[in-house]
Design a protein around this ligand. Structure first.
Ligand code: DOR
Ligand code: ZN
Length: 351
């Protein structure tokens, strides 16, 4: 018999890794996130990418105007810049002055809209020095892009060949290893011999709830394809252990990545799971599965703001063990999107 509670009250969480895109679709996805979260780190991989403080300011204005037309005044977007081989150290100072909270490293070719990303991290050393000196965090998509490296090994190889040398060269640089997917990454972050405010990791709901079988169960499942790709069960177990351990180095980042239904269900489908619709319910399910609902608040609401030196939220929210049917599709601009768990019933809902 389960002794899980029927309600859990927690300080309102933030989403420390989110894609909301731009244009027509932004409003729909923003509404889902702003219902649950007080703040979110907004990823800069637009087309063209958000590479300068001026572009980020303009993007923030577009987000704010969408929030206004949705009647939402309680949500704050936290802006990031997309690092390229040509980013200047000066841009770091401009970004700091504009309240931009981080830079994102996409190795060129690693994922959606990453073509303008970094070809060799050594080209960015001047920028990284400036980031280290002003306390600007680097958010890392941690996968190598070498074609010869198996897709399931790209994260583990990135740790040895890119991340570890980078941390040796910049011991004071604040780094978030985003959407970790492997036992190697979870243990690397857990065991890092540096203060907890210099290295942390975000973990998505899909990587806590599914292993790679979910991409192939009964046929190919494009809505379970994201990058980094789902891994073996032993990795899911290690991630769940890290997330529920109460270690402040691990915090919530959905990586909710909207793509229209037709762009997923096609011969060459886009990477990304749309988890924003009921992300908190999904995290609650994952934590409950190992009897650790008591650890959800730290992961979802405390450790993120602590890492970014931002105040914790004060408002409270309640999650209830109240079954909710997830729609088969949701509106996405003039299109539709298939959310994670589409057509299924999930146990936890925000009330
Ligand atoms: O699955 C993913 N989708 N992984 C990423 O790194 C990017 C994201 C997107 O922007 O669609
Ligand atoms: Zn992402």
């Amino acid at each position: 018999m389960s002794n899980s509670p029927l309600h859990i009250e927690l300080i309102q969480p933030d989403d420390w890794h989110l894609h909301i895109r731009d244009g027509e679709v932004m409003k729909d996805v923003l509404a889902d996130t702003a219902q649950q979260f007080a703040r979110a780190i907004i990823m800069p991989n637009l087309k063209p990418p958000v590479t300068t403080a001026d572009l980020a300011k303009a993007y923030r204005t577009r987000i704010e105007s969408n929030l206004k037309s949705l009647g939402i005044s309680s949500f704050t977007p936290l802006m990031t810049l997309y690092l390229t081989d040509n980013t200047s150290a000066d841009e770091v100072h401009k970004a700091k002055a504009e309240g931009i909270v981080a830079f994102k490293l996409y190795p060129a070719g690693a994922t959606t809209n990453s073509d303008a990303g970094v070809s060799d991290i050594k080209r960015c050393y001047k920028v990284l020095e400036a980031m280290q000196s002003v306390g600007m965090p680097l958010l890392v998509h941690g996968e190598v892009t070498t074609a010869q490296i198996d897709i399931f090994d790209r994260e583990a190889v990135f740790i040895d060949t890119v991340l570890e040398p980078l941390r040796k060269d910049f011991p004071g640089l604040k780094i978030v290893f985003e959407h970790i997917t492997t036992k190697q990454a979870a243990h690397y972050v857990r065991d890092a011999a540096t203060p907890s405010n210099t290295l942390a990791a975000t973990i998505t709901p899909q990587h806590l709830l599914m292993n790679r079988n979910a991409i192939f169960s009964g046929g190919i499942r494009p809505h379970h394809y994201c990058l980094p790709v789902l891994k073996r069960e032993e990795h899911r177990v290690a991630l769940l252990e890290a997330a529920t351990s109460g270690n402040p180095r691990f915090f919530l980042g959905t990586d909710s990545a909207p793509h229209a239904k037709g762009d997923k269900e096609t011969a060459c489908g886009c990477a990304g799971c749309y988890s924003a619709f009921n992300a908190l319910g999904l995290y609650a399910e994952a934590f409950e599965s190992v009897g650790k609902l008591d650890k959800l608040e730290g992961f979802a609401s405390f450790f993120g703001p602590d890492f970014y030196s931002l105040p914790r939220n004060t408002k409270k929210i309640t999650l209830a063990k109240q079954a909710q049917k997830i729609p088969a599709e949701l509106p996405l601009g003039n299109d539709t999107i298939v959310p994670l768990r589409a057509g299924e019933t999930i146990a936890w809902s925000l009330i």
